[in-house]
Design a protein around this ligand. Sequence first.
Ligand SMILES: Cc1cc2nc3c(=O)[nH]c(=O)nc-3n(C[C@H](O)[C@H](O)[C@H](O)COP(=O)(O)O)c2cc1C
Ligand SMILES: CC(C)CC(=O)C(=O)O
Length: 377
Amino acid sequence: MSDAFSIPPDIVCLADYERHARGRLSEGAWAYVAGGAADETTLRRNREAFDAILLKGRVLGDLGGGNTRLVLFGETYEHPIMLAPVAHHGLACPAAEIATAVGAVGARAGFVISTEADTAIEEIAAAATGGNFWFQLYIQHDRDFTHALVERATRAGAKAIVLTADAPVSGVRDRERRAGVTPAILRAPVNLRDARPGPVPRAGLGESLIFNGFIDSAARWEDFARLRAATRLPLLIKGIMAPEDADRAIGEGADGIVVSNHGGRVLDTLPATMEALPVIASAVAGRVPVLVDGGIRRGTDVLKALACGASAVMIGRPYIHALAVAGPAGVAHAVQMLRGEFEVAMALTGCRTLRDVSPRVLWEATRSGQAGSSREA
Ligand SMILES: Cc1cc2nc3c(=O)[nH]c(=O)nc-3n(C[C@H](O)[C@H](O)[C@H](O)COP(=O)(O)O)c2cc1C
Ligand SMILES: CC(C)CC(=O)C(=O)O
C-alpha cells in the first residue's frame, strides 16, 4: 500500500502523475483542476500546438560543462521551470501550499503563490526558505486591501509580483457545472479574510450579470499604474495574449509578461500559448523577459517554448497532480523529471546552455510566426 507521500513506482513522466491523481481526487476536485472553459478548445489546443512543432536533432557538438542556469530579475535559478499560481492546493493535499513550497525548494523551482492560496503567505514563505517565491495578485474590490496584500507578500520575501489580468470575470466552466462543483468544495481564501467585500452582483431575468456588477470592480490599466508606483519589486502581467497588450504593459512599466491563456480556463477559442508566443515575443523584442505557460508536459515542450522566445516556463496542473499523489516529494519529483527531460532535449539539439536555445533548434517548416528571443544570434 502506498501512503500519501510515497511516489508510486510506475511514475516515469508527468502524464503518469495525472493518471494517478485522477483516482485520488473527488469528481468535483478533478473537474475543477482538469477542466477548461466551455468546449475546452483552447485547453486541447495548448497541447496540440506543442506537438505540431518538431525539433531539429544535432550531433557531435561539444556540450561539456553545460547547464540550465538563468538569471531572472536579478535572481539565479538553476533551471527555467517554475510553478504557476494555482488556487486552493488544499484540494490536492491537506498540507496544501506548505507541501508545494517544500517540493519547490527541493527541486529548486521558483513558486508563484496564488492570491487564492489555502495557506497564509507568511507560512508558505517560511516553508519556502532557501528557494524563491513570487506572489500572484488578483486585484480585489477593496483596492487598499489589495495594496496591503502586496505589502504583506513583499515583507514575507516575495521576489516578484505577478498581476493576473486575464480573468476579470470567471470563464464559462461547463465541465465544473456538469460535475456539480460549487464554491463549497474550496476552502475560503485565507489571505483575503480581511478584505472589505464588494457588492454581490445580482441580475434579474433579462438583465446583464456581467455588466451590472462584476466588471465594475475589475482591474484596469489605472490599477496597474497605481501598483507600479507602489511596489519596487519586479512586476509582471500574466495573461497577455495580444502583442498590443504586451507593448502597453511594457510602456506602463511592467518588468515582464507571462503569455498565458490561464490553462484554457477563461476564454475558450483563444489560440494556444505556443501559437501566440512567437508573435508576442517578436513584439517584445527582448525589452523584458517573457514567460509562458499552458500545456507544458514534456522537457521538449520547455525547449520549444524557450526556442520561441520565452525566458522561462510555468507549469500548473502537472504539479497539482503530483501534489495529490505524493505531496512535497511528488512536486519535487515532477519538476525533477521535467528538468531531466529538458536537459536531454537540450543535449540532443546541440544546446550547452540556455544561450544556445534559439529558433535554430526547431524544424523550420513547423515553426509558427517568427520568434523574437533576445538570445537569438
Ligand atoms: C486549478 C487551477 C487553479 C488556478 N488558479 C490560478 C490562480 O489562482 N491564479 C492564476 O493566475 N492562475 C491560476 N491558474 C492558471 C495557472 O496559473 C496556469 O496559467 C495554467 O494552469 C497553465 O496551464 P497548465 O495547467 O496546462 O500547465 C489556475 C489553474 C488551475 C488548473
Ligand atoms: C479562484 C479562481 C479565481 C482561481 C483561478 O484562477 C482558476 O480557477 O483558474
